[in-house]
Design a protein around this ligand. Sequence first.
Ligand code: CA
Length: 226
Amino acid sequence: MSAILLVEDEIAIAETVVYALQADGHAVRHCLDGQQARAAVVDAVFDLAIFDIGLPDISGFALCGELRRRAPLPVIFLTAQAAESERVLGFDLGADDYIAKPFSLRELVARVRVVLRRGAPDAAMGEAKRSGAFEHDGAGRRIRYHGRALDLTRYEYGLLAALLARPGAVLSRMQLMERVWEDAPGSGDRTVDTHVKTLRGKLRAVVSGGDPLRTHRGIGYSLDID
Ligand code: CA
């Protein structure tokens, strides 16, 4: 059983979400605003948090950043406005998933399962395939770079895994969209560029000055593995 924190100020939505998640075997703590959520994380540990973005006292994004400074926490955002800018902002903040209202409860429950499976602490580093400076554990969906585990969001992971599958090959934005964002129709070219940028930052945090992600102007991206 997983412990889920739900921060949602619309009671009707919260009630149906709580019901659906409990029916799927999870324990759910519902908070109406940021203040309640801050109190909740003081006396309980959660496996996953679901944040509405439009909360009465704080934005879900800001709350996410604040709570994550306390402890790493997989996050799914709920939002009424699925504007591209919000999607990008959510992923920059490390959202593991993003669900636009109105959503089906079945969809939400399925996404929760996926995020929990990925974030499970007992998902030990499995058989990792080494490619130069990278080690890729496909089963555990983890990648290490120069021996350091990368803390990647879902789409950053997908992007790096796609490029790692064909070291040195140039993949177009379209190819990357198809491979990585297959479940997020409507995302644009800028989505790929934005995630390349955040991914590049994380790789540079491991090896400053190095940049294995190569931009091929007007074509796409490739990855140098050494
Ligand atoms: Ca709201």
